[in-house]
Design a protein around this ligand. Structure first.
Ligand code: FCB
Length: 396
């Protein structure tokens, strides 16, 4: 059966500056790599120099939208000093997309921060808001003519959870739960102001955010499990989610995870995650397409347009990717039929890239990258997706 998406639907893929560009040495992740905490990123895909070639491939693959992020450390390498060459670079990137008829979704902060900013205390510092808003004003003024969709933050709670509680990402603090909650709140407050700053400069801009939402279910439907789901969901799906979803022109949804929660000390198997599903990605993440439907329905109450700003899997052999995309889109279409205002799907990722603490091992790309030669090779699943992008139809 053919499932048709609405006219004007955005189809494409996403990337993030640090993960693909290469040559970024002045952000907190590069510093952490030097200190031996996380893998080195180095040249990555050299997308910084090869963006035109990469956008040619996106066009060939039928994409009409592309999400990418601007690297703050390039634009503002020193506090208050903007780099004109970097500003021009991203203008050229935006023009390259425009020339190919591809609509940009521009992420302003995709986790990496300039070293000068973190040395001043990062988000904890009292000046953080002023610094961020100055950077945002600059971007909006510079690119107003080329950008309609601004994604202010990518998953704002993730770097805080990992950076202040788990400790595996910068700034590598552990178990600072109260600080983490404070930072999560502060970042949300800055978001609200950012929304206004962008709208004041460009009232036509569409301003939103991206958050990864986990589809939680109780393993058995008991009161204890249901309660546990509530608490875990509150923490994991961003305690400030309502602030974002109530102050935006669109919601960006990233869907990767399904988690079953079981609190039963008398069972030998208890905890917060069970993989009953045989199909898992190279990362070990369960493939559970139905979850995207439930999450989409849960967002209906905000009455905002929704874009899937990320959804994808690590699959070096391209074994599951075609089915993964098709099945998720069938569930997306069902959500659309059930009244969800879904307007676009951006797959993670256009090409293989630096997967944060896992380095280059996990391969999320529609396009395979050979890190020795930097040669790009389109994976078969990308052609399956191309057909969907070009026809606006997914076949069940
Ligand atoms: C998301 C991140 C993105 C990428 C994917 C796999 O949480 O936003 O950069 O790492 O996961």
């Amino acid at each position: 059966m053919q499932k048709k998406f609405p006219d004007g639907f955005y189809w494409g893929a996403a990337t993030a500056s640090y993960q693909v560009e290469g040559g970024i040495e002045n952000n907190d992740w590069a510093k952490s790599a030097l200190e031996g905490y996380v893998p080195t990123c180095g040249l990555a895909c050299d997308h910084f120099n090869r963006y035109e070639e990469d956008f040619d491939l996106a066009k060939e693959l039928g994409h009409n939208a592309h999400r990418f992020s601007i690297e703050w450390a390039r634009i503002e390498p020193e506090e208050g000093k903007f780099d004109q060459e970097a500003i021009e670079h991203y203008r050229r990137v935006l023009m390259a997309l425009r020339d190919r008829g591809i609509t940009p979704f521009v992420t302003i902060w995709h986790w990496t921060l300039p070293i000068w900013f973190v040395e001043k205390g990062g988000w904890v510092s009292k000046d953080a808001e002023g610094h961020f808003l100055r950077y945002v004003s600059l971007l909006t003024n510079e690119y107003e003519d080329l950008v309609k969709f601004w994604v202010v933050y990518n998953e704002p709670e993730t770097p805080v959870r990992h950076g202040y509680v788990i400790g595996d990402r910068p700034p590598h603090h552990k178990l600072r739960i109260f600080t983490a909650l404070k930072v999560i709140k502060k970042i949300a407050k800055v978001y609200k102001k950012t929304y206004q700053v962008i709208k004041n400069i460009d009232p036509e801009a569409q301003v939103g955010f991206s958050e990864s939402l986990v589809y939680f279910e109780p393993y058995e439907n008991t009161l204890v499990n249901r309660l546990a789901v509530k608490i875990i969901k509150w923490w994991r799906n961003n305690p400030e989610y309502d602030v974002y979803a109530s102050n935006c022109d669109f919601i960006g949804l990233q869907y990767y995870f399904h988690t079953r929660v079981r609190i039963n000390l008398f069972k030998s198997k208890w905890g917060i995650q069970f993989n009953d599903n045989e199909r898992v990605s190279d990362f070990g993440w369960e493939i559970f397409p139905e979850g995207i439907y439930h999450i989409l329905l849960s967002l209906k109450k905000y009455k905002k347009p929704i874009y899937i700003t990320e959804n994808g899997l690590a699959d070096a052999d391209d074994k599951y990717r075609s089915d993964f995309i098709r099945e998720h889109l069938i569930w997306c279409h069902k959500a659309f039929e059930d009244g969800v205002d879904l307007r676009g799907y951006l797959h993670w990722s256009l090409m293989d890239n630096y997967e944060w603490t896992r380095g280059f091992e996990m391969r999320f790309g529609l396009i395979k990258v050979d890190y020795e030669t930097l040669e790009r090779k389109i994976r078969p699943s990308a052609y399956v997706y191309k057909e969907i992008c070009e026809t606006n139809v997914v076949v069940e």
